[in-house]
Design a protein around this ligand. Structure first.
Ligand code: SF4
Length: 114
């Protein structure tokens, strides 16, 4: 499958994303298992206003990639989640969420919740 041109984008698509209870728990576990230095370094990175709190600007990638929420996995491939750098990849039908979100990362859930 063709992939998105994420490199160099600096997380432009990574804003406050909705998360479900299950996703919250998964991310929580991942953050707790990170070595303290790495966790603190990620937490204290300067970010653009509105950029997701887990975006790793230094590495130019998601800082919690293996446990990123469903919406982040779907981004770029669905008609309602288009990447402006490669809109032709958004061919799948609109996403139908299976579970209700409990809030948004960076707004309802901040680093103190993890
Ligand atoms: S969890 Fe990762 S992929 Fe999702 S918005 Fe945040 S930085 Fe981006």
């Amino acid at each position: 499958m063709e992939t998105l041109p994420c490199q160099g984008c600096k997380g432009l698509c990574c804003g406050p994303v909705p998360i479900t209870e299950k996703e919250y728990k998964r991310i929580h576990k991942k953050i707790k298992s990170m070595p303290r230095k790495i966790r603190e370094a990620l937490e204290n990175q300067p970010r653009f206003f509105g950029t997701c709190m887990f975006y790793d600007l230094h590495k130019d990638q998601c800082g919690i990639h293996s446990v990123r929420p469903e919406i982040c996995r779907n981004f770029g491939y669905h008609k309602d989640l288009v990447c402006f750098r490669k809109p032709e990849l958004a061919t799948k039908e609109k996403v139908t969420p299976t579970e209700r979100p409990i809030g948004h990362l960076s707004i309802d859930f901040t680093w103190k919740n993890f």
